[in-house]
Unconditional design. Structure first.
Length: 117
């Protein structure tokens, strides 16, 4: 019985963290600042730092996804919350879009606006 208790104890923080990130993401969506007009941005890593994608705008919500500027065909910022931008980007060799949060200081506007179709 005690082994089961310790196993549950070890697994609980992982589940709680995922749930917390979902809640943080929902709060950010409700309180974010929408950026308009839409504009493409360029990824800038300082001194070769890895730039991570986050599931919510919080350090604890870092994913394993590392963004690389040489693999991204376009990146659009949709909203601003705290020190993060909500982004959608496309990879050069992948047809699906990928969305999440990126720390602001890694992104610079390109000056290219996206007009509605």
């Amino acid at each position: 019985m005690s082994k089961l208790f310790y196993l549950l104890l070890l697994l609980t923080p992982v589940y709680a963290t995922a749930t917390d990130c979902e809640l943080l993401n929902q709060q950010a969506i409700e309180n974010r600042v929408i950026i308009h007009p839409l504009e493409t941005y360029q990824l800038e890593s300082n001194n070769g730092e890895k730039v991570y994608l986050y599931s919510a705008p919080n350090e604890a919500c870092q994913t394993d996804t590392v963004l690389r500027s040489d693999e991204i065909s376009s990146l659009v910022v949709y909203s601003d919350y705290d020190n993060f931008y909500s982004v959608t980007y496309f990879l050069k060799d992948h047809p699906e879009d990928i969305s999440g949060w990126v720390k602001k200081h890694y992104l610079n506007p390109t000056g290219h606006r996206i007009s509605p179709q």
